[in-house]
Design a protein around this ligand. Sequence first.
Ligand code: HAM
Length: 423
Amino acid sequence: MSNQINRLRGTIDIYGKYADYFTYIVDSCTKIAKLYGYKYFESPVIEPKNLFVSSVGESSDIVKKEFYEFTDKSEREIVLRPEGTASIIRAVIENKIINQEIHPIRVYYMEPMFRYERPQSGRLREFHQFGIECIGTNSYMDDVETLIFAYQIINSLGIKHITLSINNIGNFNSRSKWIAALTKYFKKYEKDLTQDSINRINTNPLRILDDKIDGKKDFVKKAPKIDEYLTEEEVQYFENIVNELKRQKIPFAIDPTMVRGLDYYTNFVFEINSTEPKLSAQSTLLGGGRYNNLLAKLGAKDEGCIGFACGIERIIEQIELENITLESNSVAKVIIAPLDSKCNSMALDLLIKLRKHDISAICNFNSNKIRNHFNLADKTKCEQVIIIGEKELKNNKVLIKNQKTLKQVEVDAKEIVNFLKGE
Ligand code: HAM
């Protein structure tokens, strides 16, 4: 026992029921991504550190304290990827996809991310994000579509206890004026702020607004609002989104304190948060927004982009808290049950035939006992058991038992596929 090696803090092994949830969510997200015309994209797990320093921003928590970083044998500064957006934009520029394809370029990803945070419920050091990026668009309709996409993902999983918040944080120009006003304002209240917020007054006062403790204080709620610094064009852009979202009957609320924690965002930002009390400290299931300057910052022509990402583990926690039963995720639809070793070859023929017709099927060749076959059927929650005894082998027939209705019928071996497809 003393030699046992355990997994690192803040990491999890994905198996059993958790793996069923995990794959169900990933499948559902992928299906929706394809409906929206998005294509799969994968970037490396290791990236140059300065990619994130210059995109996510020096004042962000990710850069300040959450990197998993190391220097490799050639003295390069490397980090384990903490988020997907900067990597995707780097890759789209580096591989010249930005020059080739019709814009916007639509990509999705499902990848592990690494942040050195204090692990707790809903917060891991290695977690998985499903994310999308819509690259090269200045139309507000893409903001609307992206939000509808995000909402559909959460809806498709039956999640109900959520709020959807949006905000207008302006472009860098307007925002720097707002930040200056906030710095001045919070300096007056320094003694009433937590140490974390005091440290942020000069580096990132926006984060005081959505701080879990200080954000609730009255004087923080009364701090200067971005509205005073937005240009007419920015106000109009946001209004267009709001009107279209109302037209589409998306149930959102405007939250002027929601600023998101990454520096690259501009204008439209949004979050889907859990209202489950147990997740209150880590309630953001999905977050995203527009980032209009990242392409230019990383070396391409200036064009707008928008995207979002959700944490799969956090969504699983939400599903468990809401007691949602996801559609049964059985190992296979059909179990073949040969009752004698003589029947094994016919069982193998059937397995091959069913899989050719896209019907998932398994057989335990280690036993010919009917009890063992049905134990397996119960455990794997399969829909049908196909029994082959000596008599069936001789007549080229099988018995098919429906595990739900418990009805059993004799079917000609040639007709099995038609029968199962009709069921
Ligand atoms: P983010 O808000 O940092 O945004 O992360 C997105 C989601 O990842 C969060 O809403 C949460 O569900 C999940 N997440 C973040 N940190 C953890 C953690 N330590 N443990 C478990 N889950 C976590 C981004 O990363 C942006 N790149 C999203 C984006 C894409 N914006 C535009 N395009």
